[in-house]
Write a protein that binds this ligand. Sequence first.
Ligand SMILES: [Cu+2]
Length: 153
Amino acid sequence: MKKLMAALLLAGTCQAAFAAGIDVDDAWARTTVQGMNMGGVFMALENDGKTDDVLLGGSTPVAERVEIHTHINDNGVMRMREVEGGLPLPKGREVVLKPGSYHIMLMGLKAPLQEGQKFPLTLKFKNAKAQTVTVETKTPAQSQAPAHHHHQH
Ligand SMILES: [Cu+2]
C-alpha cells in the first residue's frame, strides 16, 4: 500500500489526495467481565491519507457511549483515562490499540459481550469519513491481559 501511494505521488496524479482514509484492521472486543457494564475494543488504525487525522470517537448499538481511553501509570497503578481531544493518527503511520495501552471503551453496555459475538462500531475521524467496522468478541490469553484498575466514571 505504501509503495502504491508513493507511485501515485510520483506520477503526479491528484488521485492520492482523494484516497485519504484510515485502514482499520483486526477490530476485536474483550468478552465482558462478569458484573461489568463496560469493555475495551482494540484494533490497528493505519492512516493511508496525506494528512494527519484524529480518531474523535464513535458509536455502537451495543453500548450507550463510546470513549477513547489510554492507560497511565498512577504511582505504580495502571489507570484508564479518557484521551482529551481524540487519538492522533499521524499520516503514514499505524497506531495500534491494545490492552494496557490505547483502547476504545464501550460505556454502558446493554448486554454482556459474548465470546464470538460480532457487532458494528462506527468510528468518527476529524478528516476521514466516518467508518463502520465489525468488531469480534474474544477472550484474550491470560498473558495478554494485564490486570488493571478501572476507574469510576
Ligand atoms: Cu478504558
